[in-house]
Design a protein around this ligand. Structure first.
Ligand code: M6R
Length: 603
């Protein structure tokens, strides 16, 4: 939800900023811009474009801008339409201060009025422009001191980068609510919303916490609290190679990420260890109540996790959308545990709901993919998935990795509570180890799935049905399809279809049925017959060897056989592939679908 980058160092800032913006484009892509302090006359040059980073690149093609300090921004509009005026960076009236911002300034109207009364003129409709004018209005002769004062006046969530012609040897970064990391280089340093933006130049990072301000110079980085106290922070090192942020021969990041799943599932199994999870298992073991909260695809992982935790550990679990959980009258006792699932670890709804629950006395756990993310630092315990960066806006590899982590966690809990035997634990674990090669098998059906996509790409609505542990997979299949192809799709528990959605079914309606050969097979088989009896087009995801389902389906995508609880990790893969192919055949931008952003850092 907006991406920011800042550079100071020996190189020309322009290509570094553009490279970083390309890596951050998944966060927002309706307009972009850079601000650079020119090398010779020390003035701030600002260049912006509506559209994607490539439009900004083309716009900059023949411009000879050179400077060693600058800021860049890719926008996901909140206040004001995507126009050049509303694009960032925003510059103060005298042109001495430039700002990039990710987040929302909640009291901007009040601040704007004060500034208007003082004679400041606004060029944009954004909340961000007030920050630029505030810096100029308050400027004390020291950019860092000014940042302390400005931060006191701002309400809301923000990550801000500031440069000034008054002090062209420094960038100031401010974090509250939205992510901001510092990349540590040699004779150069960076600020950015996310690691991939600067992975080309460094693998060493500091993650700012809320309420921290960074003073970043070419050869030093200092961190302070907003009341001016210096903070010592431990840098962390990432082992990812820069290629994880490249398409590696695939047409889209989403396609690459779908095909990476055998590895990311394997890495998540290997990365999970009983010793690392011991404390959180102890915490949950004694819980009287476990809530799992999340948004979007992570919410669907939570729904599957509920089945596993209840089955293997016999702990009752309540799953809620984070945005709903935050504002309801939840019941939190001293043994309540809240687990937040978030790929990015930055989703505002999930973060703030967890922080609220923590304040009320709940113990908190996060399951995240991004190391050093806000959620991982704000919760009592953290569980990781090991996927490397996920760039495509549609979550794919992180979903299956979340499932693996939740399953392993449920098994650990079950062992600790004595609700499963060691034999069962080992058996399930061994079956899990075979999942990566089974995913490979499904991925090899790409041509078949593309042909099916071709036959159904013109449908205007889809229904996805599943039962029990595969019901959340139906929800996930529908979400994938609608977010990247813009086709209306709904996920339903198959047994619920007869209570309403069956009225929608006619010969034009494709119904995707998640029907593996598990203990609910007979039930969903009957539901499929009900669809067929109403002339619906049935696309089944079924287990290899199931010839019966062919007789009542228009299309069947076979997946390898596994044990009942593990099916969701397999059944979701063909649904991801189907959505991907339908969307690309329709000519949609699957990596950057309209109106969406990878990380939603506003409420
Ligand atoms: O980073 P998070 O897992 O917290 O993100 C949650 C949702 O915003 C995310 O899953 C979203 O629904 C994706 N676009 C789904 O593909």
């Amino acid at each position: 939800m907006c991406g920011i980058i800042g550079y100071i160092g020996k190189r020309n800032a322009v290509p570094v900023l553009l490279y970083g913006l390309q890596r951050l484009e998944y966060r927002g892509y309706d307009s972009a811009g850079i601000a650079v302090i020119e090398k010779t006359d020390k003035k701030i040059i600002v260049e912006k474009q509506v559209g994607k980073i490539k439009d900004l690149q083309e716009h900059l093609w023949n411009k000879k801008i050179e400077g060693h300090i600058g800021l860049g921004h890719t926008r996901w509009a909140t206040h004001g339409e995507p126009t050049i005026e509303n694009a960032h960076p925003h510059t103060s009236q005298k042109g001495t201060i430039s700002i990039v911002h990710n987040g929302i300034i909640e009291n901007y109207l009040e601040l704007k009025k004060e500034l208007l009364d003082k004679g400041y003129r606004f060029k944009s409709e954004t909340d961000t422009e007030v920050i630029a004018h505030l810096f100029e209005d308050i400027y004390t002769g020291d950019l860092l001191d000014t940042a302390f004062e400005v931060a006191k006046k701002l309400k809301g969530a923000y990550a801000i980068g500031v440069i000034s012609t008054y002090e062209p040897d420094r960038i100031v970064g401010i974090k509250k609510g939205s992510p901001l990391i510092i990349g540590l280089g040699k004779d150069e340093n960076f600020i950015a919303s996310d690691i991939p933006a600067v992975l080309e130049y460094t693998k060493d990072f500091i993650a700012l916490d809320d309420g921290e301000i960074a003073l970043v110079k070419r050869d030093s980085v200092e961190i302070f609290t907003t009341d001016g106290k210096k903070v010592e922070k431990n840098p962390f090192h990432v082992t990812w190679d820069v290629s994880v942020a490249e398409k590696a021969g695939y047409k889209h990041f989403m396609q690459k990420e779908i095909h990476e799943q055998p590895r990311t599932i394997g890495d998540t199994i290997t990365g999970f260890s009983s010793s690392k999870t011991k404390n959180m298992v102890d915490t949950v073991k004694n819980a009287d109540r476990l809530y799992i909260i999340a948004c979007g695809t992570s919410y669907h992982a939570a729904l599957v996790g509920k089945f596993w935790i209840e089955k293997f550990a016999k702990i009752p679990v309540e799953v809620d959308y984070a945005s709903e959980y935050r504002y309801r009258d939840r019941i939190i006792g001293k043994n309540t545990v809240v687990l937040g699932i978030s790929q990015s670890g930055e989703t505002a709804d999930t973060r703030f709901a967890l922080l609220d629950a923590k304040k009320e006395g709940a113990k908190t756990i996060s399951l995240v993919n991004v190391v050093g993310s806000s959620l991982s630092r704000e919760t009592d315990h953290v569980l990781y998935t090991y996927c490397g960066p996920e760039i495509g806006v549609a979550a794919t590899k992180t979903f299956t990795a979340q499932l693996v982590s939740l399953l392993l966690f449920a098994l650990e809990l079950g062992m600790k509570k004595g609700t499963i035997s060691f034999r069962d634990y080992e058996y399930i674990h061994n079956q899990l180890l075979q999942i990566p090669s089974k995913v490979e098998n499904i991925l090899s059906k790409d041509d078949q799935i593309k042909e099916i996509a071709h036959r159904y790409m013109s449908a205007s609505d889809f229904l996805f049905l599943g039962r029990n542990i595969n019901y959340p997979i139906a929800l996930e299949g529908a979400l994938k399809l609608k977010e990247i192809s813009y086709i209306h799709a709904e996920g339903y528990p198959a047994g619920e279809m007869k209570h309403g959605p069956i009225a929608l079914i006619d010969e034009k309606m494709p119904v995707v049925c998640v029907a593996p050969k598990d203990r609910f097979y007979e039930k969903i088989f009957s539901n499929i017959q009900e669809v067929k009896a109403r002339k619906g087009k049935v696309l089944s995801v079924a287990t290899e060897g199931d010839s019966q389902i062919k007789q009542i389906s228009d299309e069947v995508i076979y997946i390898p056989q596994t044990i009942d609880p593990l099916y969701p990790i397999l059944t979701v893969i063909p649904l991801q592939m189907l959505s991907y192919h339908i969307a690309t055949l329709l000519g949609k931008d699957v990596d950057q679908p309209r109106n969406l952003a990878k990380t939603v850092t506003v409420e």
